[in-house]
Design a protein around this ligand. Structure first.
Ligand SMILES: C[S@@+](CC[C@H](N)C(=O)[O-])C[C@H]1O[C@@H](n2cnc3c(N)ncnc32)[C@H](O)[C@@H]1O
Length: 406
């Protein structure tokens, strides 16, 4: 049973997600769309994508699509699906709706009609109907209403894929794992000496960037530590499919190797370093990250072998989300720094401490401040649009070579 699959992602991430999907399914035809990637896949492909994708928010399987004008058309569309292939009356379900220019007045009513269609179909076939569970349903159906077309998807992931299953200690403003992975993808950081080199996050917070990086460097599949909605659905339930799932996971387990590049993470708050270390432990990468406390404005660059390039990657503290700390936040009579000084001081420190290394350091900074390069007095060599939840950001690249200052 091959179905059209759609993997939604954050805006701007589509091209990297398409590359990732192609790596997971080398023979597949991958289509890059707005807000996600499409590909046809069977249940084994669905399992592999859930296990391996770092950039997708979820893996949706399209079960019906067609024109509609009214709630009755939506009901008819949902009735056209053979739901007995997916669930029994003992399963629970929930219907979520997304819409773009839908003419329908009530999206809730449209969702209700989908639920009615599933329940009616199963009751007519078996005499019993499944019930709704809004918290932990077995079957999550997504109804998408466009202007003239409606589509129905089965969500095979359940909890969003950014939840990898290792984060318990959060800190104040953690990045989503999918966004940290997108930053690394945008930087072309693949965890090898040739593609990326060493990685250093000097404002690591709960460690998301370093942990994602370490998992990439060690070949650890992002989904190895979590469960997925498909595990409870009928197309994945027979003995053969369960064995396939175990095989995929054992294969992923057997690919794990030591990192070929050093990864460093530090933060001025020791509590954060502690959080990050514990998260890394659960993610299976604690031994390959060197954690330290310390002020990003003062810490010397981590020592690297002459020929190994370094990548600095940071999601620095910024106004709306979290205050700066360390030297910039503790002005004294002689040292009149204010939090506003954080970025000029950071770049001054980088120019002193990170430009001596023969193979060079490249810095990538995620910020909502479009004028960040001028406040850092550095000229960016790239600016990549990215969204941190609702906050529009840029990922700026700065090449830290002697003379990189403006
Ligand atoms: C936006 S948070 C980073 C969140 C992180 N990416 C995560 O996923 O958890 C910014 C971090 O910068 C740290 N920080 C603030 N001032 C700093 C400084 N001067 N040196 C090092 N870290 C600092 C804060 O303690 C905070 O953990």
């Amino acid at each position: 049973m091959a179905l059209p699959l759609f993997l939604p992602c954050a805006a701007g991430v589509e091209a990297w997600l398409a590359e990732e999907v192609q790596r997971v399914l080398p023979a597949a035809q991958v289509h890059t769309g707005r807000g996600g990637v499409g590909v046809d896949g069977d249940p084994i492909d669905v399992m592999a994508l859930n296990l391996e994708s770092r950039l997708a928010q979820r893996v949706l399987a399209e079960v019906a699509s067609g024109p509609y004008q009214s709630e009755d058309d939506v009901y008819a569309l949902a009735r056209s699906v053979d739901w007995q292939q997916w669930i029994t009356p003992e399963h629970t379900l929930r219907v979520d709706t997304t819409a773009h220019r839908s003419p329908l007045r009530s999206l809730n009513f449209a969702a209700l009609r989908v639920k009615d269609a599933v329940c009616d179909l199963l009751r007519e076939a078996t005499g019993e109907r499944p019930s709704v569970d809004t918290q932990q349903p077995d079957l999550q159906i997504v109804l998408h209403l466009g202007e003239t077309h409606a589509s129905l998807y089965v969500d095979t992931s359940g909890e969003s894929l950014f939840k990898r299953g290792w984060r318990e200690d959060k800190g104040d403003a953690p990045l989503k794992e999918t966004l940290a992975a997108a930053m690394l993808a945008a930087a072309g950081w693949r965890g090898t000496p040739e593609e990326g080199g060493a990685l250093h996050d000097p404002c690591c917070g709960s460690g998301t960037i370093a942990i994602e990086a370490a998992q990439i460097a060690c070949g650890i599949a992002p989904g190895l530590k979590r469960r997925f909605a498909f595990e409870r659905l009928l197309p994945f339930a027979d003995a053969d499919m369960r064995a396939q799932w175990q095989r995929l996971k054992s294969h992923a387990q057997s690919r794990i190797h030591a990192s070929a590049v050093p990864i460093f993470a530090s933060d001025v708050a020791f509590r954060m370093v502690d959080f990050a270390r514990r998260n890394a432990q659960r993610a299976g990468v604690e031994p390959c990250i060197q954690f330290n406390g310390g002020d990003a404005l003062e810490r010397p660059a981590p020592p690297l072998p002459d020929g190994l390039r370094g990548t600095l990657m940071i999601n620095p503290p910024y106004g709306e989300r979290i205050d700066v700390a360390g030297k910039a936040a503790r002005p004294s009579a002689q040292d009149r720094a204010t939090p506003d000084d954080f970025f000029p001081r950071l770049s001054a420190h980088w120019k002193r401490a990170y430009t001596q290394h023969p193979a060079g350091w490249t810095a990538w900074v995620l910020s909502p401040d479009m004028k960040l390069p001028s406040s850092m007095r550095l000229k960016e060599s790239r600016r990549v649009p990215m969204w941190n939840g609702p906050i529009e950001c840029r990922l700026f690249r700065f090449d830290l070579v002697a003379g990189s200052a403006r």
